[in-house]
Design a protein around this ligand. Structure first.
Ligand code: 7RM
Length: 650
């Protein structure tokens, strides 16, 4: 029996960009895409040198790429400053009065910063960091809400060559401590608090807790945001506004080697301690720049909005670095999507005339669940391009996004990538790629993606397998901080010289890639291997279903039985009748093999703080009735209890 992942869902809906969109786009035909992709993979030195030349370098590189698997160096010997490229370059070229960030706080307070103003803030903060002895290569931990200063802090670190390591503001004191222990950061930047669903998240208290026994951190810089009471430790803690008042708004940036470390971002992974993913300067800069330029097709008059938090890689690459490298105007929003209700995002799109909107499937499903009325009362006609990232998007959610949000006129770029890849790897080109619901489509320039079976042979069309990248790319991680062996073992050991992503994927005859879920989550029912996305998408295609998570439960005969956790749209009751209907629906859409043995209706699914469904937890629950694994990355811990009850009742 073959070990390939099977696919039974057929998707024949296909949408092409309008002539008008294509005409203006940077890549306007598939022939052009193919030509450019071929060059980028066969002659990466030519392709990437051309992209890199659009940015400013203090010293030109010698070799474009030095590859000794699994270690890559890009733009070898080149010197640059990412912050200067993100900020000063635009001021120098006459775009100083252009809005860089249009920010809105959760309570409704507003602030706009031009590129000149941003430059001043960044320079001041770079001076502050230096005045506290922060030097090149020192690690700086950032634990902040979604405020302008989070971006300022990142850029100031980059400016002085310090390595930032952001910890998402929703993480606990324990997470801060783990990351401090690993990175040995000497400076922490935080805030008195941040607004979330009308309440204050007490960030400073978490930092204090994490630092209780710490002997390495010398300075804690605290931004005043919410004015709640915080304790300031003398000799260690200082206020952002006091420090910035002492310094000037100019700062001469030094240039750094292309392989100078830029940041560490920890990813939790499913087991073991978090991995400190290390990204460096030149390659990451050029890759995030180029993906924004081609995939988001950023233009001078665009208003771009990425709804991610700066604590995630999406916030690094597609809020701070990529968009700023392109000199775009962007919206930044502090709070929750449902504050005061689920129309907040659409209000923001309407108020600021957002033209490019980038969000996650989990948010889209939440909007669908909340009902269309909240969307319909807003004017979304400013939108011209939509994007998604983070999980496979269920085709029905895609269709809703396309029609309800995009008004049927906006291409959707379904972008597949990872913390480790630094930049988008597989995505449509909005001006030419025919798009299909649920499909990330084609590799970006420089990306040699393939799908392999267990023996390392390339899978045929419509045969699922493991997604790999066969050549290095500029934005790739360089190592796991302090753990070369783990770097090699995790990413480069399945097939010699190739990067394994840990995702399952399937490719159609035309070469479109569809991600079917994490390989660890693949179901095995009577010898048939099914990706979770497939069964979940079948469930979501039922009109009563808002979202679904599917896992395998050990089964004597079949190997695994299919268990589905289903959350229904608002106002729909989970009757026994509906349960039967939903089961049969999967049978109809995919086939009897995928029909769930058990279906549980639940108001909420367990998700990570970045909104990804945590199937590992459900898998343990249905196998043992308990959850003992690590759940610190869970967004809402109370979900565990209610799920436990639900499963026990059966
Ligand atoms: C950017 C980000 C990475 C994992 C990845 C996939 C999943 C991300 C998509 C997707 C299907 C997509 N970084 N993933 N994007 N799956 N389609 N467009 O999310 O490091 O946090 O996660 O997310 O499983 O391996 S991440």
């Amino acid at each position: 029996m073959s070990n390939n992942i099977e696919s039974h869902l057929s998707e024949d809906r296909e949408f092409k960009p309008s002539k008008e969109f294509s005409k203006k786009a940077r890549v306007s035909s598939m022939a052009q895409y193919k030509r450019m992709h071929k060059e980028s993979v066969e002659k990466p030195h030519v392709f990437w040198a051309r992209e890199a030349k659009e940015l400013s370098w203090d010293k030109k590189w010698g070799k474009v790429l030095d590859w000794k698997a699994p270690y890559a160096k890009w733009f070898v010997g080149g010197k640059t400053n990412v912050c200067v490229n993100c900020v000063d370059r635009h001021v120098d070229e006459g775009r100083g009065n252009k809005a860089a960030i249009i920010w809105e706080g959760e309570p409704g307070d507003k602030r706009t910063l031009t590129y000149s103003q941003l430059q001043r803030e960044v320079c001041k903060f770079a001076n502050v960091l230096e005045s506290h002895g922060v030097k090149s290569k020192d690690r700086v931990l950032i634990y902040m809400p979604m405020v302008v200063e989070a971006t300022v802090a990142m850029l100031a670190c980059a400016r002085i060559g310090a390595v930032h390591s952001i910890v998402f503001g929703g993480f606990s004191a324990e997470s801060i401590k783990d990351r401090l222990d690993d990175s040995k950061a000497t400076c922490v930047i935080t805030a008195d608090g941040g607004w979330r669903r009308g309440g204050v998240v007490d960030l400073k208290a978490n930092v204090d807790e994490a630092l209780k026994k710490d002997k390495i951190v010398k300075t804690v810089i605290v931004l005043e945001r919410t004015r709640n009471k915080v304790k300031m430790k003398r000799g260690r803690d200082v206020w952002w506004h006091d420090e910035t008042a002492k310094v000037t708004g100019t700062h001469k940036a030094k240039s750094f080697d292309s392989e100078h470390p830029l940041f560490i971002l920890y990813t939790s992974g499913s087991t073991g301690k978090p991995k400190g993913i290390l990204h460096t300067t030149g390659g990451y800069m050029v890759n995030t720049y180029a993906t924004c330029k081609y995939i988001f097709d950023m233009r001078d008059d665009d208003v771009y909005w990425c709804t991610a938090d700066v604590g995630w890689i999406t916030g690094h690459s597609y809020i701070t670095y990529g968009p700023m490298l392109n000199g775009v105007t962007q919206v930044m929003y502090e709070g929750a999507p449902n504050f005061p209700d689920f129309s907040r995002f659409w209000q923001i799109v309407e108020d600021y005339g957002v033209s490019i909107f980038y969000t996650a499937p989990t948010a889209i499903r939440a909007f669908i669940k909340a009902g269309d009325e909240l969307v319909e009362k807003h004017d979304l006609s400013s939108l011209r391009l939509l994007g998604t990232v983070g999980e496979p998007i269920n085709p029905e959610a895609w269709m809703w996004y396309y029609n309800k949000i995009g008004g049927g006129r906006c291409p959707i770029v379904d972008t597949w990538w990872q913390t480790e890849t630094g930049a988008i790897m597989i995505s449509p080109m909005p001006g030419c790629t025919p798009i299909r619901p649920g499909t990330a489509t084609m590799p970006f320039f420089g990306v040699d993606a393939a799908i392999l079976d267990e023996e390392g042979k390339e899978c045929k069309a419509n045969e699922g397998g493991r997604l790999v990248i066969r050549k290095p790319w500029p934005g790739m991680l360089r190592t796991i901080y302090g753990d070369k062996k783990r770097y090699k073992d995790t990413y480069w050991s399945d097939y010699p010289g190739m990067y394994t992503a840990g995702d399952g994927a399937i490719r159609d005859k035309k070469g479109n890639f569809t991600i079917v879920g994490r390989l660890d989550d693949v179901l095995n029912v009577s010898g048939h291997r099914l990706g979770t996305a497939e069964v979940e998408s079948a469930l979501v295609s039922h009109k009563a279903v808002a979202e679904a998570a599917v896992v395998g439960r050990p089964h004597e005969i079949k190997g695994q039985a299919v268990v589905a956790f289903v959350s229904l749209k608002t106002g729909i009751e989970g009757t026994d009748e509906l349960l039967k209907e939903v089961r049969n629906h999967v049978g109809k859409v995919i086939g009897a093999i995928a029909k769930p043995d058990d279906v549980y209706f639940t108001p909420a699914l367990p998700k990570t703080r970045s909104g990804k469904i945590m199937r590992r937890l459900l898998k343990e629950l249905v196998a043992t009735g308990k959850v003992t694994g690590n759940i610190t990355t869970l967004e809402d811990v109370s979900v565990v209890k209610s799920l436990q009850k639900l499963v026990k009742k059966k």
